[in-house]
Write a protein that binds this ligand. Structure first.
Ligand SMILES: Cc1cc2nc3c(=O)[nH]c(=O)nc-3n(C[C@H](O)[C@H](O)[C@H](O)COP(=O)(O)OP(=O)(O)OC[C@H]3O[C@@H](n4cnc5c(N)ncnc54)[C@H](O)[C@@H]3O)c2cc1C
Length: 469
């Protein structure tokens, strides 16, 4: 019987192992699978903590239902009935600019009325669909900042694109690659010659499809609806792990992957244990995979080490509802870097999902650090709390002391798809040709959202199944 080892028990490793087992069973292939996870717990960045009636998400707080991958996985695993969609509040997003919160405009009329972007900024944006805007430079791996300045103007870059990049990647738009971070946006520009034109054409197409009775995505907006579970998103990783049962071996760090005796691979763990396998699917972060592959292929390790990671601190504050005058009627807000605040933004978690705080209380979750502020990961808890309180006062006028405080740090939170990322992936694809049966998956390569990780797990499990004989 062939043997497959999955390394890493985050959403990528768990879903790869789960899908591989399901596909092997469906194909009538006998495959022995184990998943080795370094920590005692599984879930990786997914970690929902329940304390004093609060549910704090250390990492992701859900996935968007505008892409099918995670929803389909939930259905297959049998937890679809427990899904919990964020309420309508979550559709309202804000940006803090010029000392006040502005609702992020969702359409033309609200955009014109909004004071977030100045009139010169709006006029510059209005040029976007015209021939005055330079086309995408051919063959250039453009930064998000260059793209923003070229297409939308400096103000839109600072107030719209940069906060979005920090909200998703905790990234710096001056270094991040447009085509690697947002391939669809690059594609829309190429296909339609501009973003506004693309939006108009796609809206027309959707209208036509509806008129012709074709199936159209039910998602509320382009971003979809943030979806999780009442218990928090860890419900999904727990369900995957429970379903996998003995396949999951936690508390086992892989230290090396070498050529094995029978033409396959030998996987060695920190306790000295060795496992022979025909297939190795590495679903741990790029820097960890680089260490374990050092003896097998220094070229692969070298490329993997070029994928940088940003750190991030997540801060949960619980308050008595009555001590906060702000309506908290939304998703929360992001803060452009030029505002000079310490936090990247704050999510109103208990407004999106009521059960995240006990009766009469609210839960706010702030983010600090990221690629633009790498030094913040070293701040003490006291300093972090002081800075968050200062920002909450400036943005929402909150002067009350939180009655519940938790600070979580991710030293290597999110991989950064900087310029050159695409070339690095091509190089990895080339180098991996020499190592059939060795597969890389996870958030370091082609998308960091939970949906992207599950999509990558689908591809990895297909590839593994094809090699399983
Ligand atoms: C603060 C934060 C908020 C986020 N919010 C969202 C959100 O709201 N929505 C969304 O879609 N995405 C969000 N993301 C992104 C998303 O959570 C991650 O991209 C995703 O969870 C990564 O999953 P993964 O399995 O690829 O990696 P990880 O979760 O990092 O898992 C990798 C696993 O490999 C293990 N490992 C490492 N080295 C070894 C070794 N040598 N041997 C064995 N095991 C090893 C690790 O312990 C870990 O369990 C967020 C991320 C962060 C940090």
């Amino acid at each position: 019987m062939k043997k497959a080892i999955v390394i890493g028990g985050g959403i990528s490793g768990l879903s790869t192992a789960w899908l591989l087992r399901a596909k092997a069973q469906a194909a009538g292939k006998e495959l022995d699978i184990i998943l080795l996870e370094k920590e005692r717990r599984v879930g990786g960045k997914i970690w929902s903590i329940h304390e004093e009636g609060y549910t704090c998400e250390w990492g992701p707080n859900g996935f968007l239902d505008s892409k099918p991958q995670t929803l389909e996985l939930c259905r297959a695993v049998g937890v679809e009935g427990n899904l919990h969609r964020s309420n309508d509040n979550a559709r309202k997003r804000f940006i803090f600019s010029g000392g006040e919160l502005h609702r992020l405009p969702e359409g033309g009329p609200s955009f014109l009325k909004s004071r977030l972007i100045s009139w010169p900024g709006k006029l510059r944006l209005a040029l976007e669909p015209t021939p005055f805007i330079a086309a995408a430079p051919a063959g250039v791996d453009e930064t998000l900042a260059d793209f923003g300045r070229r297409r939308l103007g400096k103000e839109a870059l600072d107030k719209l694109i940069a906060p979005m990049v920090s909200g998703i990647f905790a990234g710096d738009p001056e270094t991040m690659s447009l085509v690697s971070c947002f391939p669809r946006i690059a594609e829309l520009e190429r296909e339609y010659g501009g973003l506004i034109r693309a939006m108009i054409m796609l809206a027309k197409k959707k209208k036509k499809d509806i008129a012709e009775g074709k199936v159209v995505s039910s998602a509320a907006g382009p971003g979809g609806v943030l979806t999780s579970f009442r218990e928090g998103i860890q419900y999904l990783s727990d369900a995957l792990s429970a379903s996998l049962g003995d396949i999951v071996v936690s508390g086992r760090q892989v230290v090396s992957v070498d050529k094995g005796a029978g033409g396959g691979y030998r996987v060695t763990c920190d306790d000295g244990g060795e496992h022979e396998a025909d297939l190795v699917i590495a679903a741990s972060p790029a820097f960890a995979v680089a260490d374990m592959l050092e003896g097998l292929d220094q070229g692969i390790s070298g490329v993997l080490r070029q994928i940088p990671y940003a750190s991030m601190t997540v801060i949960c504050f619980g308050y008595e509802r009555e001590r906060i005058t702000h309506p908290l009627d939304g998703f929360g807000y992001l803060i452009p870097k030029k505002e000079g605040r310490s936090t990247l933004g704050t999510l109103w978690d208990s407004s999106m999902f009521e059960q995240r705080a006990p009766e009469g209380k609210v839960l706010l979750r702030s983010m600090m650090g990221g690629a633009c502020f790498p030094e913040y990961i070293k701040l003490s808890d006291d300093e972090v709390v002081t800075r968050v309180r200062r920002d909450l006062q400036a943005t929402m006028g909150i002067t009350a002391e939180p009655s519940f405080v938790r600070v979580f740090r991710h030293e290597q939170a999110i991989p950064q798809y900087t310029v050159g990322h695409g070339k690095r992936l091509d190089a990895l694809d080339g180098l991996l040709q020499k190592h059939p049966g060795l597969i890389l998956t996870g958030n370091s390569y082609r998308g960091i959202g939970l949906n992207d990780c599950v999509a990558a797990a689908q591809r990895a499990s297909d590839e593994a199944l094809a090699l399983a004989g």
